[in-house]
Design a binder for this molecule. Sequence first.
Ligand code: CMP
Length: 152
Amino acid sequence: MMQKERTFAMIKPDAVQRGFVGEIMSRFEKKGIKIVAMKLVAVDRKLAEKHYGVHKGKPFFEPTVKYIISSPVVAMVLEGVNVIEMVRAMTGATDPQKAAMGTIRGDYGQFIGRNIIHASDGKDTAQFEINLWFSSDEIASYQRIDEDWLTE
Ligand code: CMP
């Protein structure tokens, strides 16, 4: 039995404003990825600065914080085998100009400072971001009826 893992993803303000929440969630659902937590959040500066803490001091830190607090985001925890890498692959390169067509950023984005979605880039980051955005009682453990068909 392959080990399931969890990752954090956030649909950013531009994508919420442009009405892409359903389309993006639909991609994850169709891929067979399980949503175990999800909420619309009007992000405050403190949370945004913690989330992007590793980028503090970089020139894009302040504009990125401003972008994330400019309008609500949809935060979620996704679960599945190899889900961290899979969601990163579905998300595409950080710069939508360089992201492959067929990826979320490649299909919907144009600028690095308006790049539609965030997804954790590794195991430690995923753990940090899940704990930052969600309390344990906001994360659901449940069985989906298609799970038998999503394993081999
Ligand atoms: P994200 O994957 O959320 O992680 C860091 C974010 O900073 C990135 O997506 C972009 O939204 C933003 N950003 C803006 N400019 C840059 C840059 N030059 N390099 C990396 N990230 C950038």
